[in-house]
Design a protein around this ligand. Structure first.
Ligand SMILES: Nc1nc2c(ncn2[C@@H]2O[C@H](COP(=O)(O)OP(=O)(O)OP(=O)(O)O)[C@@H](O)[C@H]2O)c(=O)[nH]1
Ligand SMILES: [Mg+2]
Length: 257
């Protein structure tokens, strides 16, 4: 079970293969296990997050040693993570220097969309799991030539809640919010906005058709996280995308992680 929402998880599959190791330990527990006191549950949850943080620390060190920038993209389902990535790879001609780790509960649809650009993609299927964790991502790194890459994008499972609690070892976390989702989302899901470096406000081509107050949304996001950068863009029309490419280049220049 997830420590954040209590949902169940299976062993993840990486590119369709179940990933088991004899030393694997469960990364999830029951949030409401019968007969287990709430104090004990808190201890178990702290252990899980502590273990995740240790894997994340190892991932970060590995990325730093290989001089590769990792960006964790988080959002609710359908806000445009994969569309943003395919356009980014196409427009920045970065297919040989980029790999994408795709997280979804089921299917390899997104990995296939990325592969069509010519870039390498590794699909992690989390089954009932609602987020990627650092252990899964560490194993996905084994399937990409990390030393030959400049950037690894990690597309997290579409979910504005649970991915907030799990550091993957990335340098930057980017939260994508599309204008069809409502401008109050930063107030309703503060943890994910608090832990992100950039808010990408996507689907701005749809602004004429929806009630979405851009200024209010940015104000809410900065109440939660005064340092968050904000870029408005459309992965469909390309508007605002150069500012995103610039932001990524600046993060690359900020090495080491
Ligand atoms: N109008 C418009 N549609 C967009 C934009 N970006 C993405 N879409 C559409 O939104 C839908 C969802 O896009 P995806 O890229 O699959 O979103 P996602 O966040 O990767 O979705 P999950 O992986 O399922 O969480 C698709 O139909 C896209 O074509 C945009 O900027 N404007
Ligand atoms: Mg996607």
């Amino acid at each position: 079970m997830c420590t954040t929402c209590g949902c169940g998880t299976d062993k993840p599959e990486i590119d369709g293969h179940a990933h088991h190791h004899v030393h694997d330990e469960p990364t999830h527990v029951h949030s409401h296990a019968p007969g287990v006191s709430s104090e004990r549950m808190i201890t178990i949850e702290q252990d899980i997050l502590g273990k995740n943080n240790e894997y994340a620390r190892k991932n970060r060190l590995y990325l730093e040693q290989n001089n590769v920038l990792a960006i964790n993209l988080v959002s609710s389902p359908g806000s445009g993570k994969t569309a943003l990535l395919t356009r980014t790879i196409d427009e920045t001609k970065s297919k040989s220097s980029v790999a994408v780790i795709e997280g979804d509960q089921q299917t390899s649809n997104d990995a296939e969309r990325i592969r069509k650009t010519g870039a390498l993609a590794v699909q992690i299927n989390t089954g009932k799991g609602c987020h990627l964790d650092a252990h899964m991502v560490g194993h996905a790194f084994e399937r990409v030539p990390v030393d030959a890459l400049e950037t690894i994008y990690i597309e997290n499972v579409g979910n504005l809640v649970c991915p907030a609690a799990f550091d993957l070892g990335e340098k930057a976390r980017v939260v994508i919010l599309s204008v069809t989702e409502g401008d109050d989302k930063p107030l309703k899901y503060p943890d994910i906005f608090h832990g992100s470096h950039l808010l990408l406000l996507n689907k701005i081509d749809l602004l004429p058709y929806v009630d979405f107050d851009v200024d209010a949304c940015i104000d809410y996001a900065r109440r939660i996280n005064p340092d968050i950068d904000v870029i408005q863009c459309s992965a469909k029309t390309g508007e605002g995308m150069p500012m995103w490419y610039q932001w990524v280049s600046e993060k690359k220049a900020d090495h080491p992680q």
